[in-house]
Design a protein around this ligand. Structure first.
Ligand code: C2E
Ligand code: MG
Ligand code: MG
Ligand code: MG
Length: 285
């Protein structure tokens, strides 16, 4: 099962990456080396308020700039990192560096309200998550309201554990969103018991808005349901004006996608911020 995941001219095949590491120990050592030699980098994708085009936040997306193998995308190494157990270390590194980055941007008056970080299942299921997050916030000096954590529906299968963990995080003051919403198991009954703030509509629904009536209906239904639950809705994978218009007309709150910007390095985001902001305001008009 070789899944192509090529972007920017790089082609990594899941099975190839797996084969490259003859055993888990080799992979583990390589990840440890990568953490030390700072081969992991964070890219940031702007999140936009659909009403006025304002950049409200950024989503943090990790990449592995491997010395020998080139750029590796998260879908190709996060699952392997989960198997080695090193995902906790990577995950903590991501939260810490994302918080430091937003703190830095806010300190130089770049007006962004939040940074969101994807959690892995392993991180969410370890019961020291809230302490770790609390520690990182204290260490970096970022106020909790500026951090958002993204979990997926499948991580909430253990409902009572999820209710408790989400509450612990929410009590710290951080925001919680359910990522890739609509693709996984989900019980409306439990959804209202989770202290969450946002639903992120999966990009597969957004992709076919114009051609697939059932995807359009699904989006409409998710937004109505979110409104009933008092949650805000983020749509991911917005690639064109038609999709943006549909989402706007149906009450979606925030958008993210290539139509606005691909994920950028910290340097690109910082130097381009005011140009991007100007461009986005025009795009939502
Ligand atoms: P996700 O959190 O659902 O992130 C959205 C993915 O869609 C990202 O892929 C992003 O680059 C891509 N994307 C953004 N806009 C568009 C668009 O308009 N069209 C299309 N086709 N794609 C778009 P990426 O960066 O390769 O990340 C893939 C997944 O890897 C993420 O999905 C997330 O689940 C995971 N991931 C990324 N960073 C981290 C991390 O730091 N920790 C963990 N545990 N997982 C991460
Ligand atoms: Mg995400
Ligand atoms: Mg997603
Ligand atoms: Mg995803």
């Amino acid at each position: 099962k070789a899944k192509a995941n090529g972007r920017n001219g790089y082609f990594i095949y899941e099975s190839t990456l797996e084969k490259l590491y003859k055993d888990k120990l080799t992979l583990k050592l390589d990840i440890e080396r990568a953490l030390e030699s700072e081969e992991f980098v964070l890219h940031y994708q702007p999140q936009i308020d659909i009403k006025d085009g304002r950049i409200v936040g950024v989503e943090t997306l990790i990449r592995w700039q491997h010395k020998k193998r080139g750029l590796i995308f998260p879908n190709d190494f996060i699952p392997l990192a989960e198997e080695t157990g090193l995902i906790s270390q990577i995950g903590e590194w991501v939260i810490k560096n994302a918080c430091l980055q937003l703190k830095k941007w806010r300190d130089i008056n770049i007006p962004i309200m939040k940074v969101s970080v994807n959690l892995s299942a392993h991180q969410f299921l370890k019961n020291d998550l809230a302490q770790i997050v609390e520690g990182v916030l204290a260490e970096t000096g970022l106020a909790p309201v500026h951090l958002e954590l993204e979990i997926t529906e499948s991580m909430t299968m253990e409902v009572n554990y999820a209710i408790k963990t989400i509450k612990e995080l929410s009590d710290l003051g951080v925001k919680i969103s359910i990522d890739d919403f609509g693709t996984g198991y989900s019980s409306l009954n439990y959804l209202k018991k989770f202290e969450i703030d946002y639903l992120k509509i999966d990009k597969s629904f957004v992709n076919d808005i114009e051609t697939d009536k059932s995807d359009a209906n699904m989006i409409h239904t998710i937004i109505l349901m979110a409104q009933n639950l008092g949650l805000e809705v983020v749509a991911e994978g917005v690639e064109n004006r038609e999709q943006l218009k549909f989402l706007g007309n149906h009450g979606c709150d925030f958008v993210q996608g290539y139509y606005f910007s691909k994920p950028l390095t910290a340097e690109e985001f910082e130097s381009e911020f005011y140009n991007l902001q100007k461009d986005f305001i025009e795009k939502v008009e």
